[in-house]
Design a protein around this ligand. Structure first.
Ligand code: SF4
Length: 282
């Protein structure tokens, strides 16, 4: 039995068993990332799709995902690889790549505009050791590294990656503890602390998915954007915010897609505090 210190769950994991995220396992009394190098998705994406709008605009980035997640968002768009039963089949089914192989492939994609590696699709930080190893090698080869995360990790995990990650998109899924706890199975305070630290180490952009009747009030957006407005990226510039439209998915089919006018109205409110606000999925 050992305790995992990667996120607020602090799972006590018996020998041979896995933690809540399905990706970390107790072996010989130690917690190790069972999903190390296990790739479920690989695509060369425009960097705007991460989304990042103020980091190497117009470029492409080789994006890799593994399996498992430490949140339980009922509307997950990547549930096939994050936290459904199907996702856990990837323990056997996912391809294994080494950091060297991934970086070699990223370099081969350079002629078509690739600038580096993005760790994305599932929650990458539950397997942060692979990110550290691949990102270090990517830097040695002149590539950049991007992390797309839910920000649900303890600060030592962020520190372990410091210097290797050049840009992050972090979800700030809402601005109430209730929503994080009751709907997403998360911990808003951990995410806020993560974001506050991340802006000291690399370029950060944030994403908020607006879900009807959950986090779509004007007051919540006012509070969220005011808080984001108090942050600065390492170059002294403001932190961009992406406000995105929800569509019914996975276990959340009981409501319609977010009205486009709601997304635009909340964007206007965010712009009272922030210079860079972008809409998504509209
Ligand atoms: S990373 Fe996974 S195993 Fe570790 S504490 Fe979080 S949910 Fe549990």
């Amino acid at each position: 039995m050992a305790q995992c210190g990667v996120c607020f769950h602090r799972c006590d994991i018996p020998e041979g068993k896995r933690g809540f995220c399905g990706a970390r396992i107790c072996t010989d009394g130690r917690i190790v990332p069972e999903n190390y190098g296990r790739i479920t998705s690989l695509a060369l994406d425009p960097i705007e799709k991460k989304p990042l709008r103020r980091f190497h605009p117009g470029s492409m980035i080789l994006s890799a995902g593994s399996y498992g997640c430490n949140l339980r968002c009922p509307f997950c768009q990547n549930h096939e690889i994050s936290w459904s039963e199907q996702a856990m089949h990837f323990r056997e089914g996912a391809e294994t790549v080494t950091p060297e192989e991934l970086v070699r492939y990223a370099l081969r994609c350079r002629p078509v505009g690739n600038i580096g590696l993005a760790f994305t699709y599932n929650e990458p930080l539950i397997g942060w050791e692979f990110i550290r190893d691949a990102a270090r090698l990517a830097h040695e080869n002149g590539l950049v590294n991007v992390l797309v995360t839910n920000g649900t990790a303890e600060l030592p995990v962020l520190e372990a990656l410091s210097g290797y990650i050049d840009a992050m998109n972090i979800d700030l899924k809402g601005f109430t503890d209730r929503y994080y706890k009751e709907v997403l199975g998360g911990d808003r305070q951990q995410v806020l602390a993560f974001i506050e630290s991340a802006v000291n180490s690399c370029h950060v952009e944030l994403t908020t998915l607006i879900v009807p009747d959950e986090n779509d009030s004007e007051d919540e957006m006012r509070a969220l954007s005011r808080w984001v407005g108090s942050l600065k990226n390492p170059d002294g510039d403001a932190v961009p915010l992406h406000i995105s439209r929800f569509f019914p998915r996975f276990h959340m089919q009981d409501r319609d897609a977010t009205a486009v006018r709601t997304v635009y109205r909340l964007t206007e409110i965010a712009r009272e505090h922030l210079p860079y606000v972008y809409t998504g999925n509209c």
